[in-house]
Design a protein around this ligand. Structure first.
Ligand code: TMP
Length: 237
């Protein structure tokens, strides 16, 4: 039986599970986009790599007490997740300055943020995902101040856990993007994906970029750096 396609994003397709109304099937695509979809390419194997990496990271987070929508990996490019309604916010955590913040605020590359900096962007392609403040976030998404504070606190816990995981494989977690959703019971849960598409990852020894920046900047081979991350995670987790 064909699964019902609920939504197609830039990197994943979202299907309704045919066995549980509260479950979704995420299918990771081989497409890569950057600059709000202006730059596009396909990389054979990317969907499998991100599905496997994201599955391992969600499991490792669960082992550290962090819940997410993840239930289990189904096959090479798909995973089963709890159905959540995505809150249209991109929660960015930055440990090291690079990317948009250096241009926007004139902060020198590689400045360390201690504590990490949290930023909110409004997830809306037609607006180019603008940076917003807490009041905008509450107004635009209907979440309460308490819920927003809870999301930021959770994002900082996730940062600690991911930093430990990546440090154990010789990788620095520079910054990353999280999305949260509300499940049927109303609980806010980490959703979407955690992968080299959504994190900046630098080799701890050489500072080599092991994430989507190689595609954004055209400086390296996306598949080989994603494979490097997966191989290191598989050897450790
Ligand atoms: P930025 O420096 O371009 O704002 O990116 C911050 C982090 O968020 C970086 O790890 C890449 C990630 N990111 C996404 O996952 N999706 C996006 O659309 C953008 C712009 C960034």
């Amino acid at each position: 039986m064909e699964l019902e396609l609920l939504y197609e994003g830039k990197a994943k397709k979202v299907y309704q599970s045919d066995t549980n109304v509260n479950h979704l099937i995420l299918s990771y695509k081989n497409d890569a986009t950057a600059f709000n979809g202006e730059k596009k390419a396909q990389f054979y194997g990317k969907g499998r790599l991100n599905n496997e990496i994201s599955s391992l990271l969600f499991k490792a987070l669960e082992d550290k007490g962090i819940q997410s929508h993840f239930i289990k990996r189904l096959d090479s490019s798909t995973q089963i997740v709890q159905k959540t309604d995505i809150i249209p916010l991109e929660v960015i955590i930055r440990n090291i300055a690079t990317g948009s913040i250096t241009k926007r605020l004139g902060i020198a590359e590689k400045t360390l943020f201690e504590p990490a900096l949290a930023e909110l962007f409004y997830k809306d392609d037609s607006l180019g995902d603008p940076l917003i403040n807490d009041e905008h976030a509450m107004y635009l998404t209907g979440i309460t101040m308490e819920e927003l504070n809870g999301i930021k606190e959770e994002a900082r816990k996730i940062n600690q856990a991911l930093m430990e995981i990546f440090a154990s494989i010789g990788v620095r977690l520079v910054d990353f993007k999280l999305e949260f959703g509300r499940n049927r019971a109303g609980k806010i849960l980490l959703s979407d994906e955690v992968s080299p598409d959504t994190c900046r990852l630098w080799d701890a020894r050489t500072n080599e970029k092991l994430d989507k920046d190689v595609f954004r900047q055209g400086t390296g081979d996306l598949i080989s750096v994603y494979e490097e991350i997966l191989n290191r995670l598989e050897a450790k987790l």
